[in-house]
Design a binder for this molecule. Structure first.
Ligand SMILES: [Zn+2]
Length: 484
């Protein structure tokens, strides 16, 4: 096994990926290096926190001089770095130009020959929203090429890892089929391909659904790469859903355009009066000085800043996984764009999958908004309450945890037995008082109360509720009496 999972939260993980050039801690970002462009050099990338880079083998192959050198001295010496290198195959060029001057086996052999740590076959990145029959047709070609690549590597017993991209456009059945077939072929890494057009249009909900369909099909131990995702605004959501690798040309492309990345979105440099960052670049320059720097120097400075913020975000996410606060972290991040909120709410349809992975014991449940209701801890609490057995005939329920009662009615969690008041999650939760809370948090609680009362329809309950609960308690089952 080349991938080992060390720590988990939600479906996210901190893991170790073994490659011929060393071990990489995931989640991580692979900065894109273009061997033809003199920008931030590969050897400098470790300063920002990079542990692995990605470059394009097709660009090297297409240039006779680069190809000759790469074959002679290897890819690592060509780029002057010792850290692991993944190579893309020309699929991107295939998507942009519709054609490439190479076939699948040639480019796979070439990547092997130059010593790439992670090889990618020439898959077809089908864009979003194409007709099902076209997407299926292209997927079948992709699968054939992937099979061919996996046989080439098996037969040569090479150490290189193989990435098997998952395609299928926005058709979820095709994404599932793709994931199913590549997991049988047994790749080392599974990139989810052709999602950049969706990210560019802020169609985050579509990306979330694709990730979750793929994750529900792939073995959970498999490392997943979100191909082309390089904006920190989407890192926490995708890590939480089980993505382990990202790659970014964004740091460079945005820099060329004077666009400055932040974990909350992109800023235009000319609109910045202050720099909202403390990286070495932003500590050295203020906004005006940076704007006045010459074009080529400025590009590099913004590019470096962009890398610093990306890796800072990755470290924060890893820390959140280690302390099991990833839900709180994601719920905070999604507030930077309405489409991120909508995207995150898609998890409602995948709660069983998420519940399977999310650790059941955490320190404290911090309520940050209505999305907190979607956490598996709430679902698990409801399930636990369903399994309670009652011996006596009459019980008391109170909305005030400082008063003595058999059960308590708490926002979000609903029925909480007195003995669970000191236990995670309902007991170890920080939730604003009912009068300051969103209605959804009370409605969720009442729905749990209602099922509880129906289950114990042969028992009697007296509910001591404050006025905030009054309107929600109207019409509850008749075995309960509300006492004011
Ligand atoms: Zn900065």
């Amino acid at each position: 096994m080349n991938f080992e999972i060390l720590h988990k939260d939600i479906m996210g993980r901190v893991g170790k990926l073994r490659t011929p050039h060393g071990v990489v801690e995931t989640p991580t970002l692979m900065p894109v290096i273009n061997p033809n462009i003199d920008f931030i050099p590969a050897r400098k990338m470790t300063e920002f926190g990079a542990q692995i880079l990605i470059t394009n083998s097709y660009i090297i192959y297409r240039s006779p001089s680069l190809r000759e050198i790469a074959i002679q001295i290897g890819l690592h010496r060509l780029l002057n770095t010792e850290i692991p290198l993944m190579t893309d195959s020309g699929s991107y060029q295939l998507m942009v130009y519709g054609d490439v001057e190479i076939d699948n086996s040639e480019i796979v052999e070439f990547q092997k020959e130059i010593g790439s740590d992670i090889i990618v076959p020439l898959d077809i990145p089908t864009p979003p929203d194409v007709e099902h029959s076209i997407a299926l047709n292209e997927l079948e070609t992709t699968l054939k090429r992937e099979k061919e690549a996996s046989e080439i590597l098996k037969n040569s017993k090479s150490e290189n890892l193989l990435a098997l991209p998952i395609q299928g456009s926005t058709h979820l059945d095709l994404r599932r089929r793709s994931a199913e077939e590549v997991s049988v072929m047994g790749g080392d890494i599974y990139p989810i391909g052709a999602i950049v057009p969706l990210l560019d249009e802020y169609r985050f909900a579509d990306v979330v659904r694709i990730i979750l369909e793929v994750k529900s099909t792939l073995p959970s131990s498999a490392p997943v790469h979100l191909f082309g995702a390089g904006h920190p605004v989407f890192f926490s959501v995708s890590v939480a859903l089980g993505c382990d690798l990202f790659d970014s040309a964004a740091y460079a492309l945005y820099a060329k355009d004077d666009r400055y990345l932040t974990p909350f979105g992109t800023k235009k440099l000319k609109e910045l009066h202050y720099l909202p960052c403390s990286c070495p670049i932003c500590s050295k320059f203020d906004a005006e000085e940076l704007q006045k720097t010459g074009k080529s120097e400025r590009e590099i400075l913004i590019g470096e800043h962009n890398l610093w913020v990306c890796f800072e975000e990755i470290r924060k996410i890893k820390q959140a996984i280690r302390e099991n606060t990833l839900f709180e972290f994601v719920e905070e991040r999604i507030r930077s764009h309405p489409n991120l909120i909508t995207a995150w709410r898609q998890i409602r349809d995948y709660l069983t999958l998420i519940e399977m992975h999310d650790p059941s014991i955490k320190r404290t449940f911090f309520y940050t908004g209505v999305e907190s209701i979607l956490r598996p801890a709430v679902l698990r609490h409801h399930e636990r309450v369903k399994n309670i057995e009652l011996e006596a005939e009459e019980f008391t329920i109170s909305t005030d945890v400082n008063k003595s009662a058999d059960f308590y009615l708490k926002p979000v969690f609903g029925i909480v037995p007195a003995e669970m008041l000191e236990v995670y999650p309902a007991g170890h939760s920080e939730i604003p008082p009912a009068e300051l809370l969103e209605e959804e948090a009370l409605i969720e609680a009442i729905s749990s109360l209602r099922s509880f009362l129906i289950k114990f329809s042969n028992k009697k309950f007296r509910i001591y509720a404050d006025e905030n609960w009054e309107k929600y308690l109207a019409g509850i089952p008749s075995n309960a009496v509300v006492v004011k």
